[in-house]
Design a protein around this ligand. Structure first.
Ligand code: PNS
Length: 163
């Protein structure tokens, strides 16, 4: 059976934490679809197209062999069904992530009993990284080298000059 995992998120912006989860998930599934959420109620720094492009430019050729990068609107479970996915992939950094993730996993299970949520624990090197803190640190002039791909760092600087 060909198994497709869906890795959803805001990815605003993508970090090395996200890419580590993606790389490891791509070894567990025949194919992984990164699903960038389009949420009109949530203000994001990068547009959907920009986030999709940043993810494409941040992934190695090796990883991209069985990874598709896409976006979605609406309910995640509907998107997972549309893509023939069997599981939702989420990264867990710390216990503090757990409550929100547990709630989401159960809500998604309630909406569709055939879709599993698989948690991958973050590599130690990346447990403290979040898109939110990355944006705050760069906004305040801190160094984010080694925490996000160079292309993300470059475009974050340009974006923050614009706003
Ligand atoms: O990276 P994030 O912001 O933590 O990702 C959250 C995401 C995109 C997984 C979640 O907001 C989501 O699934 N949104 C789609 C709407 C939906 O299906 N909501 C019901 C699940 S609780």
């Amino acid at each position: 059976m060909f198994r497709i995992g869906i890795y959803p998120g805001s990815f605003d912006p993508p970090t090395y934490g996200h890419l580590d989860i993606l790389k490891r998930a791509s070894k567990l599934f025949d194919k992984v679809v990164i699903a960038v959420v389009s949420n009109p109620n949530k203000h994001s720094l990068f547009s959907i197209d920009e986030r999709v492009r940043l993810l494409k430019e941040s992934c190695s050729e090796e990883v991209l062999k069985n990874v598709e990068i896409d976006s979605f609107k609406g309910l995640l479970v509907d998107y997972v069904k549309k893509k023939d996915g069997c599981a939702i992939i989420r990264g867990l950094r710390a216990v503090s992530d757990f409550e929100y993730e547990f709630q989401m996993a159960h809500m998604n299970k309630n909406l569709c009993k055939d879709i599993e949520t698989i948690f991958i624990s973050s590599d130690n090197r990346f447990t403290f990284i979040s898109s939110q803190t990355i944006k705050e640190v760069i906004r305040l002039g801190g160094d984010i080298t080694g925490l996000v791909p160079e292309i993300v760092k470059k475009e974050l600087k340009i974006k923050l000059e614009e706003v």
